[in-house]
Design a protein around this ligand. Sequence first.
Ligand code: NAI
Ligand code: MG
Length: 353
Amino acid sequence: MRIAVLAGDGIGPEVTAEALRVLDALALPQVELVHADVGGVAYHRHGHPLPAATLAAARDSDAVLFGAVGDPTCDALERHLRPEQAILGLRSELGLFANLRPAKVFAGLEHTSALKPEIAGAIDLLIVRELNGDVYFGEKGTRKLADGRRQGWDMMSYAEDEVERIAHVAFRAAQGRQGRLCSVDKANVLETSQLWRDVVIEVAAQYPDVALSHMYVDNAAMQLVRQPGQFDVIVTGNLFGDILSDQASMCVGSIGLLASASLGARTTAHGTFGLYEPIHGSAPDIAGKGLANPMATILSLAMLLRHSLGLEDHARRVERAVAAALADCILGGDLGGTHGTRAIGDAVLERLS
Ligand code: NAI
Ligand code: MG
């Protein structure tokens, strides 16, 4: 089993180092690491944020552990050379169409949410967002109309196989959780959404053990704040998922705790090929100071162990260690605490056994 480690720039290398210490402590003899440059560090060394060798290292692995990119010294570069293009390039080049973002409030951290503690405490949901289609990838353009007015357009479309494959990911995820799947669309107005809903209902026939419901996206936005505890798994398209997953993550509270997985169709010997990363960026304001919370990256590693390496027991061990550290008030600055990157890594390591 090979993991490509793309630590990136900013706090990326700091948080990735702690996740690798956790991986090391698990002592998995079958796991081999390959490090490659990405983002600002790759631009400075090789002239491109996603060098061909980095993409090849990712492709030749069972999973990618990604830190963060966003080196501000690259801000003046042309768009295609900016560090952020690396993550977009990896997602499209590797066909990573399913973005999984769990949002859960850890015991004792209810007060970090923007919601009332009793409402936040009930959050334990997973958003499955389609990542390779929708209005982001449709035909787009701007033009001048005959009367001189400017017009812009982005075409929203989904083909049934694109909906089918993300629906399967979501149904399987629901099977592994509480068995409830809510498909979010705008089928009362959009043809794309009507097809989405029809296909999800067809796929549901293969998952009789999952309770499927449907919700319009505007209502879903409201329900995520009103009563987020009602959701188990949410599946939705690229645009709605982009917005709802950011909303859900802030219902939890801290950016330093939120992990993600981006999965494709390719299978590995023990699961699905995927890229795993914290949802935060390179945090240039705290980079190099040892202040970044590495828990989101450590939790991303847990997702990697689960989805790409088939090591569910090890994934749970890591998640339990993180939860135990949080319950013991090992908190980074993002959570109002004083623990630094290394101290948080130490605390998780101590609680691994
Ligand atoms: P950011 O997520 O890097 O930082 C936002 C705020 O949260 C900052 O105050 C930062 O200090 C704090 N923060 C982030 N992660 C933290 C952690 N682990 N522990 C403690 N505090 C943490 O977002 P921002 O500032 O908008 O973007 C910075 C750069 O990162 C930009 O260049 C942006 O394009 C890039 N970016 C990259 C992403 C990626 O690599 N996938 C995702 C989001 C942004
Ligand atoms: Mg977003």
